[in-house]
Design a protein around this ligand. Structure first.
Ligand SMILES: [Zn+2]
Length: 486
């Protein structure tokens, strides 16, 4: 196995290399060592980038400073950067190299509204009402940058043939930037794609994710004085009550894998005016698109019934949908080997102390940091709860996903505790590990065409009856935002 791999390494070097040079080409292990050392040298830069994105704390579709920072570094490092792609001003594609294979790396950098938090191990708002990186996407953006810079460096130094693309993907938390990027064909010519996400465990992620439909439902009634002439009115808010009651009865007669959750975004203004307008924002999730479709059809009937019963009219807005994540086993095995070879981070006493303080404040067991690597599991029949727009990419090209421990074990995600950890050395260690695993796995795909062919074969078999279909229409534009002036 080792010998054949070495031969393949030699094959991936440019044909124009002098013969004497070709004989001295480094082995796979040496190349990986170089990549890892390069990323270690970039440690300070990556932390600086991560901290800046953390401080910018820009929410979905407002990530102007964060994307500009990443674009500038990539341009300075010799990538050609296409900005403002897929109608998203904060999305970009940075490309290095040419020809096959084409390897993609995904980067995210959006924050969550209302989660502003200091880096201290207890809840302390940094700026009242502002956003914070409660999903660690500052680490995600900087870690993927590190992976791309590491891989580009070894490609350049050793004349490795192939193309590397770093995708700047905005608005993962809301809207789903990749949904628009996928619809516009940005991932179409990839041979394989790599992504990662901060977590409190370290594993090659084969858990998958749920498919989801995102709906807004409006009801239109008639106003009247709620005491003087209520019989003249038709309450849109009554229709919302009937809808939510119907949905909550429906729960008993659907598959246990389904998740339905909603918020009432408008329900009237004052009690003495019969509400003429009301609105519900509702998400339906299941293990696959078919399951979601079936439940959404039943929700549509409940909407219709609620409108009939209350004498109102209704309108459903279909805002978008994600696929479930398509897991690639062969690709995951390649990534697992690199992860195990590099090893999980170790932590100082101060870091463990910091993690335990957060756990105490968050009311979870004080286990500190998880410094083990999970074994590669079988993908579960039903994915864990939650959805991601990375899944869109996974139906276009084989997509391999990593999670690294960047936060104390067991803490609630999308919370102040993740914001704090994402600007601490425990977060940086997970980010640097991710950069190394992405780069070394990318190197395997550049240098080992047989493995890449197996990965693509598995993808083809799993998608043989299906061609990617976007959950948004061809003309649908992203709901761009402008920053509110204070
Ligand atoms: Zn996230």
């Amino acid at each position: 196995m080792r010998h054949s791999r070495l031969n393949l390494i030699a094959l991936c070097l440019i044909a124009s290399a002098p013969f004497s040079m070709a004989l001295q080409q480094p082995s796979e292990i040496q190349l990986k060592k170089e990549v890892i050392e390069f990323i270690e040298q970039k440690n300070d830069l990556l932390i600086e980038v991560s901290d800046k994105i953390w401080e910018y704390a820009e929410i979905a579709l407002l990530e102007y400073e964060s994307s500009k920072l990443l674009e500038k570094i990539l341009e300075d490092q010799g990538f050609s950067v296409e900005k403002d792609v897929a109608g998203l001003p904060t999305a970009f594609v940075a490309t290095y190299g040419s020809g096959a294979p084409v390897i993609g790396i995904l980067a995210e950098y959006d924050a969550l509204p209302g989660l502003s938090q200091d880096s201290k191990p207890f809840k302390q708002v940094l700026i009242e009402g502002e956003a914070g990186h409660g999903c660690g996407h500052n680490l995600f953006g900087a870690g993927s940058l590190g992976g791309a810079l590491g891989l580009k460096d070894v490609m350049e130094k050793h004349g490795l043939k192939g193309t590397l693309k770093l995708f700047g993907c905005p608005a993962e938390e809301d809207v789903g930037g990749k949904l628009y990027m996928a619809r516009d064909g940005l991932f179409d010519n990839l041979d394989v794609c790599l992504a990662w996400h901060p977590d409190y465990e370290t594993s090659v992620d084969v858990d998958g994710s749920q498919a989801i439909d995102d709906l807004k439902i409006e009801f239109f009634g008639k106003t009247a004085h709620a005491a003087f002439d209520p019989w003249m009115g038709r309450s849109a808010s009554d229709a919302v009550e009937m809808l939510t009651f119907g949905i909550n009865l429906l729960r008993e007669h659907i598959q246990p894998s389904v998740r339905i959750h909603y918020v009432i975004t408008e329900g009237g203004k004052v009690p003495n005016v019969v509400p003429e307008h009301a609105q519900v924002w509702l998400w339906v999730r299941d293990s696959d698109r078919e399951g979601v479709k079936e439940v959404v059809q039943r929700v549509e009937k409940i909407v219709e019934g609620a409108a009939i019963a209350t004498g109102t009219t209704s309108k459903i807005h279909y805002l978008g949908s994600y696929h479930e994540m398509l897991v690639n086993i062969k690709g995951s095995e390649v990534m697992q080997k690199n992860l195990e070879r590099i090893g999980a981070p170790t932590y100082t006493d101060d870091e463990i102390d910091y993690a335990r303080k957060i756990q105490k404040e968050a009311g979870v067991e004080g286990k500190g940091m998880c410094s083990e690597i999970e074994e590669l599991k079988e993908p579960p029949e039903d994915p864990v709860g939650g959805s991601t727009d990375v899944a869109e990419v996974s139906w276009i090209t084989p997509t391999i996903h990593l999670s690294t421990a960047c936060a104390p074990y067991g803490i609630p995600w999308h919370s102040w505790a993740v914001v704090a950890s994402s600007k601490n050395s425990i977060g940086y260690k997970g980010m640097i590990l991710a950069a190394k695993v992405l780069a070394t796995t990318g190197l395997d795909f550049l240098c080992d065409p047989e493995t890449l062919a197996e990965i693509k074969k598995e993808f083809k078999e799993k998608t043989k009856d299906y061609t990617y279909k976007s959950g948004i229409g061809p003309g649908q534009k992203p709901p761009l935002r402008t920053k509110e002036k204070k």
